[in-house]
Design a protein around this ligand. Structure first.
Ligand code: DQA
Length: 149
């Protein structure tokens, strides 16, 4: 099983970015932990981070035919980008939306996600651990057949 982990704007700064809110775990640590969990589950994981919406769209398009499912923390684009949801729909790759923080307990503009309506599941508020929870959940849904497009 082939999986992808995509991270959007400013998530490259995890570890030093507003640590009281987002924690001190770095993106490299998140990616390393997810790669280890994927291996434990018999899957492979490709990781990509970009601060550019178009680059994320290109990365989603590249998942067609090469990837069984994806995790995405699109950062602030989650709240603004119909284009990212459309890109996933275009390639029919199931995805789980992840947020470190509970976006529903934050400012009103963060309480709406344009990705959520197309997502298989959403994991919010568990900090860096949420990526691992989402990964285990995604693999489970793909394996039991309820996550297939
Ligand atoms: C975030 C929440 C977003 O609202 C914010 O723009 C981020 C991080 C999170 O992981 O909690 O960049 O996606």
């Amino acid at each position: 099983m082939k999986l992808a982990l995509l991270n959007g704007p400013s998530l490259n700064l995890l570890g030093t970015r507003e640590p009281a809110r987002y924690g001190t775990t770095t993106l490299a640590e998140v990616e390393g932990r997810c790669a280890a969990v994927a291996a434990e589950l018999g899957a492979s994981l490709t990781c990509l981070q970009s601060n550019h919406e178009g680059a994320l769209i290109d990365a989603i398009h590249a998942l067609r035919g090469t990837c069984d499912g994806a995790l995405i923390n699109a950062g602030a684009y989650s709240h603004t980008s119909l284009a990212l949801r459309d890109a996933f729909a275009a390639v029919a790759v199931p995805y789980v939306e992840v947020h470190l923080t509970n976006v529903y307990a934050r400012e009103p503009e963060r309480r709406r996600s344009l990705l959520a309506p197309g997502a298989l599941a959403v994991v919010v508020g568990f900090g860096a651990q949420g990526y691992e929870l989402a990964l285990r959940g995604l693999v489970g849904r793909l394996r039991d057949g309820t996550g297939r497009p």
